[in-house]
Design a protein around this ligand. Structure first.
Ligand SMILES: [Zn+2]
Length: 184
């Protein structure tokens, strides 16, 4: 279970319950970190590509447990999410992450980035974001858009009435490759 796929030069996908993406840029970064139950896979597969302590930046598309597990594998990273997502997490960490236990990760507000357009896509969660990698036209779509559909909108911090607007926003992007949070 779990393996690595090269998407384009310097961009890798690792399937670990949910997908995580490693970006081998000058500043090494990861988008989402899989679920805690897949810790061994993340350690092994990502460890083949990079020393985990070299990763400086982790961006969460949203804060569900299956996207934020394994944050403890990255001793030198800072962790980023959107403002709404951080607000909901501070109010109710268990409900926001849909996990059994409180997750103790120190989150920072994601600011503008030179490599990516950051797109607010409320729906699956209120603070869900997608990242559009401008150079290669790759869309990292979290649990907003999948290959064959879109993410659930019946979860504690979902905003179902906003999903359609978010999907419409993504439709307008001329992406070449879709990199969703799950393989369906
Ligand atoms: Zn999710």
């Amino acid at each position: 279970m779990g393996y690595t796929e090269k998407i384009v030069d310097k961009v890798y996908k690792i399937k670990a319950d949910s997908n995580l993406y490693f970006l081998d840029f000058d500043e090494k970064m990861v988008i989402d970190t899989g679920s805690d139950s897949n810790k061994d896979i993340v350690k092994r597969e990502l460890g083949k590509l990079v020393e985990l302590k070299e990763i400086k930046k982790i961006i969460f598309t949203h804060l569900h447990y299956d996207h934020i597990g394994n944050y403890d594998l990255f001793p030198n990273a800072k962790f980023f999410a959107s403002l709404s997502e951080i607000e909901d997490f501070k109010k109710d960490p268990v409900g926001t992450t849909v996990s059994e236990e409180k997750v103790d990760v120190d989150l920072k507000l994601l600011g503008k980035m030179k490599e990516f357009e950051i797109i607010d896509t409320p729906g699956h969660t209120r603070g869900s974001i997608c990242l559009f990698f401008l150079k290669e036209k790759i869309l990292f779509s979290g649990d907003t858009l999948f290959y064959k559909g879109f993410g659930r909108i019946d979860l504690p911090t979902s905003v179902p009435e906003e999903m359609k607007g978010s999907l419409d926003k993504l439709k307008k992007l001329e992406y070449k490759v879709l990199c969703p949070g799950h393989e369906y």
